[in-house]
Design a binder for this molecule. Structure first.
Ligand code: FE2
Ligand code: FE2
Length: 295
């Protein structure tokens, strides 16, 4: 338990995060970095960037609601303190991705209507499955839903987007890099804290596996509908990369060339990576991945 205490203490969080990789950042990126001009000026690119950023805000709002709700559901103080740091991380993620919407030209008065307009309904359902557990103060299911399923997904999507934006949009790539570091810590907590609780309460397994199955169902529908709309986060970065000199030299992610890959190739790589991530992490806490039946 003492390693656990040190690894997830507020002191450690201060050293790693605000005094570490976030030092000198402004809304998660370098003070002089801006969104690239074509992204703000080309209406199609701008709308794609707004649409994909809205999904990040929706996901992070759910993570904020879940992690703050879990503070009061947690059975022990080390978990409460860690979840308090996570609550601030998630609030920061909401803030920096909301700031990106403003940077892309969304007016402050139009924020909520823009989010309502672009939010993927499947992602909203995904969040509802998790928040129901949190509202019922179900700590074990809540942590599996938040720190394994939601964050396993977020982490992978952020890594894909970071690779796609590294050359075309360093400002956004840097914003993502800080959130990836945060999510890595959150996922680690989920695994470390929950494994022992699942052993303690094996009777909870079927209900938790059912939740995971439902969340995976809504997640896969989120992916397929957003790739179908052609609004994968990659599109804006890819089209920009194609216009710039660096075309064809995109970063590699999971064996995919991010500058040249088509939507189907990217969707396949994303689904495989997230599901493998779930399988590995669930197995570590004594659960088996439940594949949803897709209609
Ligand atoms: Fe987050
Ligand atoms: Fe997180």
């Amino acid at each position: 338990m003492s390693d656990f205490l040190n690894a997830y203490s507020i002191q450690r969080w201060l050293e790693l995060c605000p005094q570490g990789y976030l030092e000198d950042t402004v809304y998660g990126h370098g003070a002089t970095e801006h969104e690239p001009e074509p992204l703000v000026e080309d209406e199609t690119l701008r709308e794609e960037a707004i649409r994909s950023t809205v999904q990040l805000v929706v996901g992070e709002r759910a993570a904020l609601a879940a992690s703050s709700g879990l503070v009061n559901a947690a059975p022990d103080y080390p978990s409460k303190r860690f979840l308090a740091t996570q609550t601030l991380d998630e609030a920061r993620h909401v803030e920096i991705f909301t700031q990106r919407l403003y940077d892309l030209g969304v007016k402050k008065d139009d924020l909520e209507s823009t989010i309502d307009h672009f939010a993927n309904p499947n992602l909203v359902k995904f969040a509802e499955v998790l928040l129901e557990k949190v509202d019922n103060k179900d700590f074990v299911a809540g942590v599996v839903g938040q720190n394994i399923v939601l964050e396993g997904m977020a982490f992978t999507v952020f890594e894909m987007m970071e690779a796609g934006n590294r050359q075309a949009n360093p400002k956004f790539a840097h914003t993502l890099a800080g959130t990836i570091a945060d999510e890595r810590r959150h996922v680690g907590f989920g695994e470390n804290r929950i494994g022992s609780l699942i052993k303690q309460y094996p009777e909870k397994k079927p209900e938790i596996e059912q939740m995971q199955k439902e969340m995976a169902y809504h997640m896969l529908n989120t992916f397929s509908s957003s790739f179908r709309q052609g609004s994968a986060a990659m599109d804006a970065a890819q089209s920009m990369a194609a216009q710039s000199d660096g075309a064809g030299e995109g970063a590699e992610w999971q064996g995919v060339n991010m500058a040249t890959a088509g939507p189907e190739e990217l969707q396949g790589a994303l689904e495989n990576t997230v599901i493998n991530e779930f399988k590995t992490r669930l197995a570590r806490i004594g659960l088996e991945y439940q594949a949803p039946v897709m209609s």
